[in-house]
Design a protein around this ligand. Structure first.
Ligand SMILES: [Zn+2]
Ligand SMILES: [Zn+2]
Length: 349
């Protein structure tokens, strides 16, 4: 089969590899749609701490497809069934796993990191992934493309809960990439009164406006703090989300929060340089809550599917282009420019 493989400290390569063998407790999925996540791009640029030097892996944790073959001991699924797969699987024993938050398990495993992911014609679904409920039947109303994008949606559902949006809130989102745009759509759905989106790329701001942003700010033309205070009668925003990996944006996020504001650091900073400088008195005197999230749980993933069934969210609005898997080189090149929104790979046309 064709697969896009990444070798740690080397490069991404499109090559023919063997179709994985499955045991009696596993299944093989025919990948119908697999998107390229910022995490995949970060691994290509910087490697991943869970991978050894020279270790080869198929990336891709955002995928969906049909069950191609199924082990004799696997119950409740059938060959040909359309499914979406939540990518994180925990140890099942720690406090976070018992709470259903496998994404917070200290020993979590995931497709495209711990085992081969979806940037291939077929992907093996390990037994632990099946037994923990990560393989979810895909309702007919949801396309394979939407299903692959349900993973980033689940992460933003997790973030939206952490932001504790109240009806009428003013929300500022820094970053209008796919994650920022998903925050925008979920903020609207959660009853936000006003949503303000900041980004340095005008095309992305335009997409934000099309998706319902009330105000857009390009920091290269106007100072976000001044603009946000002007738009909020000097009150600041009830919720501020940083959906970009920028130190100064995290610092600014705290400065533009209203009293009792909630700030969510959704985008992480580089592991080698994660420190910022803030005026902590702003948190003290304004009663702020500063939080952050990483990934999403199976429950978040399931909620995402429900939103898609109800046509409550237009996930295709965060897609820039779709490529066949054979065009993976071009697809990754486009994704690595940083100008594109989500890119989808279609291994079977
Ligand atoms: Zn992702
Ligand atoms: Zn665990």
């Amino acid at each position: 089969m064709l697969a896009a493989t990444y070798t740690q400290d080397e490069e991404l390569r499109l090559e023919e590899v063997a179709i994985p063998n499955i045991s009696d407790d596993e299944m093989l999925l025919r990948v119908m749609s697999a998107s390229i996540c910022g995490t995949d791009l970060r691994i290509i640029r910087h490697g991943h701490h869970k991978l050894q030097h020279g270790q080869k892996i198929v990336l891709g944790h955002e995928f969906s497809g049909t069950i191609e073959t199924i082990g004799s001991r696997v119950q409740n699924y059938h060959v040909g069934q359309r499914v979406a797969v939540a990518p994180n699987v925990g140890c099942g024993l720690c406090s976070q796993c018992i709470e259903g938050k496998a994404n917070m398990c200290p020993n979590y495993e995931a497709f495209g990191i711990s085992f081969d992911g979806g940037h291939a014609e077929f992907v093996k679904i390990p037994a632990s992934v099946i037994s923990q409920g990560n393989v979810m039947p895909l309702p007919d109303e949801v396309s394979f493309e939407e299903a692959s994008l349900n993973e980033p949606l689940a992460c933003v559902i997790n973030s939206t809960f952490a932001c504790r949006i109240v009806l009428g809130d003013t929300i500022v989102i820094f970053g209008a990439g796919p994650m920022g745009l998903l925050h925008l759509m979920l903020a609207k759905l959660s009853g936000a009164g006003v949503v303000i989106v900041c980004d340095i790329m005008d095309e992305k701001l335009q997409r934000a406006q099309e998706l319902g942003a009330d105000h857009i700010i390009n920091p290269q033309r106007s100072d976000p703090k001044t603009a946000i205070l002007a738009l909020t009668q000097a009150q600041g925003a009830d919720v501020v989300v940083t959906a970009c990996p920028v130190h100064s944006v995290q610092e600014q996020a705290i400065e533009v929060a209203a009293p009792f504001g909630r700030i969510c650091f959704f985008g992480g900073l580089p592991h080698k340089d994660p420190k910022i400088t803030i005026n902590s008195n702003l948190i003290h005197y304004r009663n702020l809550i500063v939080t952050g999230v990483t990934g999403g749980s199976n429950a978040d993933y399931k909620r995402g599917l429900k939103l898609l069934v109800g046509k409550k969210i237009n996930l295709m609005a965060v897609v820039s282009a779709t490529y066949r898997l054979s065009q993976a080189a071009e697809a990754f090149e486009t994704a690595l420019t940083g100008r594109a929104l989500r890119i989808i790979l279609k291994p079977h046309g």
